[in-house]
Design a protein around this ligand. Structure first.
Ligand code: FRU
Length: 474
């Protein structure tokens, strides 16, 4: 039997659970120096079902301690996605012996009804009690879910963003005590309405280069992709300031979903975590005894580009602490392909190249005729990923039909920066300082661990490459 965390395809520096199915991150809250990560989990198997809140904590968002289940399925009511807050002023009245309660706001799910519910903990999240007055919000609807709550300093009340999935709307609700809620506005439909809207999150995000200035950012997830809106929130209404006809995609890969953020980090810069999977084939991916992973925590900022607000996502700084052996290369001229003298399936690579013509980029998981392509097409200024030629793909035909991802990435002074995080079955690519991000799953053979620079249709200068093997966090 393979040792835990050493199984085939097992990520080494991304969050996974020892065993069983997980999906959305839930209840991201930073309290008393500890980051709590709850997540949708099935305690009984390696496919979706019996939704329960699993729990882990961390001090650095990289090394995690797995904790007992927080919120259980009960009487056939599953605990669907939601959020958690530290109720500093005990507005809920849930405090025991003067402790500041952690309060989780989650959706209770049955096949015919979704309602909003509370659970609380007075022992730093270790044990949870469901509120006797549940549900606290019931619209008698089948689809009505994923409450995301924060404290609005300005109005001195709690605000909840809640999804009306089929209406493609986010409802905003207000409360003084987390128990009684009143609808104050609705946002949408707007942007991408191709799928049900799920997992809204509204937060203040710093503006790059303008210390102490923020914009309000709203995330929604629709079936298999995510979008964001940027604007203002006056305590009642959210107003989008980006062009209404453009869809602002959060991630251009196929596997980044249901991301929500820690709002109240020490730096006041939100940090988002997303689920690395895709509902079109999530249950079929060939990993065992676990299924599902979290993307690297991403610090968020916004900046104005061509009169539009753009979300900038960068891996949290302390990922650097996981770096081990470094290999550096400079000014490599590539006219066909160039194999780097390093082999790894667990690395970080920062690469600056100067694409001029044709197609050029980096191939990873190279070996035995197999490879994963991260390529740039100079003529159309398009960055793409292609997993057509990677190991196992036959577990679900949708995985194959979503093999190629693309995004426009304009060069900056003729250069393209690719910050690549590869971890066995996950690759995250942050292009040009995090202005475009791709998250993609791949299932290569373990022995296909080569790394190659390539250029088709002309010579490409690869100006600098830094490559670090990464330490496991498990
Ligand atoms: C998003 C989602 C949520 C729901 C949860 C159920 O991936 O569909 O809307 O609460 O998963 O597990």
């Amino acid at each position: 039997q393979t040792k835990l965390y050493q199984e085939t395809y097992r990520p080494q520096y991304h969050f996974t659970t020892p065993q069983n199915w997980i999906n959305d991150p839930n209840g991201l809250v930073y309290a008393n120096g500890v980051y709590h990560l709850f997540y949708q989990s099935n305690p009984f198997g390696n496919v979706w079902g019996h939704m329960t809140w699993g729990h882990a904590t961390s001090k650095d968002l990289l090394h995690w301690q797995h904790l007992p289940i927080a919120i259980t399925e009960e009487n056939g009511i599953m605990a669907f996605s939601g959020s958690a807050v530290l109720d500093v002023k005990n507005t809920s009245g849930f405090s025991v012996n003067g402790a500041q309660p952690l309060v989780a706001i989650y959706t209770g799910h049955t096949d015919t009804l979704q309602t909003q519910n509370l659970a609380f903990s007075n022992d730093k999240g270790l044990t949870w009690t469901k509120f006797k007055g549940n549900p606290v919000l019931n619209y008698h609807k089948k689809d009505f879910r994923d409450p995301n709550v924060f404290w609005n300093q300005h109005k001195q009340q709690w605000i909840m963003a809640l999804s009306f999935p089929n209406e493609h709307q986010v409802g905003f609700f207000a409360s003084k005590n987390l128990q009684q809620w009143q609808q104050i506005s609705r946002f949408g439909p707007l942007g991408d309405t191709s799928g049900v809207w799920e997992c809204p999150d509204l937060m203040q995000v710093p503006i790059q280069g303008q210390s102490g200035k923020y914009k309000w950012v709203l995330f929604t997830s629709q079936n298999a992709t995510m979008q964001y809106f940027v604007g203002e929130f006056d305590g009642t209404h959210f107003t989008n300031e980006n062009p209404a006809t453009t869809i602002f995609k959060q991630d251009y890969g196929t596997e980044y979903y249901a991301a929500v953020a820690y709002h109240n980090t020490p730096s006041k810069q939100p940090v988002a975590i997303g689920w690395v999977n895709n509902w079109y084939y999530a249950n079929d991916i060939p990993t065992t005894p676990w299924k599902g992973a979290m993307a690297l925590p991403r610090k968020l900022s916004v900046k104005k580009v061509n009169n539009q607000w753009q979300l900038i996502q960068q891996p949290i700084d302390n990922i650097k602490t996981l770096r081990s052996a470094l290999s550096s290369f400079a000014n490599i001229m590539v006219s066909n392909s160039y194999e780097l003298p390093v082999k790894s399936q667990v690395f970080e690579m920062d690469c600056i190249m100067q694409p001029t013509s044709g197609e050029a980029g980096v191939k990873i998981a190279v070996g035995n005729g197999h490879y994963f392509t991260i390529g740039y097409d100079a003529a159309t200024q398009t960055l793409f990923t292609d997993r057509t030629n990677v190991g196992t793909t036959s577990f679900n035909k949708n995985f194959d039909s979503l093999a190629i991802c693309r995004a426009k990435v304009p060069l900056v002074n003729g250069k393209l920066q690719l910050h690549i995080f590869y971890d066995k079955s996950i690759v995250e690519i942050y292009a040009n300082d995090g202005s475009v991000v791709f998250t993609v799953q791949l299932f290569p053979d373990e022995t296909n661990n080569g790394i190659e620079l390539y250029s088709n249709g002309g010579t490409t200068i690869f100006q600098s490459e830094h490559l670090w093997k990464m330490n496991s966090v498990w």
